[in-house]
Design a protein around this ligand. Structure first.
Ligand code: AMP
Length: 192
């Protein structure tokens, strides 16, 4: 079993790269953003609460997201070769909880891959994605808020995995293929 965390600021390409990783390495893609957007689409009471956080650029509370994630992990196909976590953990508390959750299932995180992209490029990418994504949080005002929340709450997650010797950063500037090649090099080393 191989468990990878793909981390980086909004617009760094986590979603795009996750899909390529899933195809090549046969891992299960677990995007907490997608899970939350599905919850919103289902029009459930939980979805309405979730929407109020996301549309303002805030994080959904830890207990809510951890609950959703745990249920999803437990419903994973048993023959899956591992997980690619996209957008989780986003806080140190989530990271600590994840490691306990994986340990209870006799596994752990292999590596956190941090995709580093210049802030100006992040903003441009999110705004151009907003033209087609229909996402309420892909606009200039909310992306600035999301970047602030990211710096405050998610950057410390890097230190958590650095302390475990499970951190690697890659250059997230360039073409999708160039970035995927950098990620593949990291993953091929882990698989050996
Ligand atoms: P993403 O698609 O990963 O950019 O996530 C979109 C939004 O969903 C984020 O801006 C947060 O509001 C929320 N979200 C996704 N993952 C998490 C998480 N692990 N913890 C808290 N909120 C999350």
């Amino acid at each position: 079993m191989i468990n990878i965390i793909l981390c980086g600021a909004p617009g760094c390409g986590k979603g795009t790269q996750s899909k390529l990783i899933v195809d090549k390495y046969k891992l299960m893609h677990l995007s907490t953003g997608d899970l939350l957007r599905n919850e919103i689409k289902s029009n459930s009471d939980l979805g309405k609460i979730v929407e109020s956080y996301i549309s303002n650029g805030n994080f959904v509370p830890d207990d809510m997201i951890i609950d959703i994630l745990e249920k999803t992990i437990d419903n994973m196909p048993k023959n899956s070769e591992g997980i690619i976590l996209d957008g989780f953990p986003r806080t140190v508390n989530q990271a600590e909880t994840l490691e306990i959750m994986l340990k209870n299932r006799n596994t752990d995180t292999d590596i956190l891959i941090d995709i580093i992209v210049d802030e100006e490029e992040l903003i441009n990418r999110v705004i151009s994605r907003g033209l087609t994504s229909g996402r309420a949080d892909d606009n200039l005002e909310i992306i600035k808020k999301r970047l602030e929340v990211y710096h405050e709450k998610t950057e410390p997650v890097s230190n958590f995995y650095k302390n475990l010797n499970k951190y690697v950063s890659i250059n997230g500037m360039g073409t999708i293929d160039e970035i995927f090649n950098r990620i593949s090099t990291v993953l091929d080393n882990i698989k050996q």
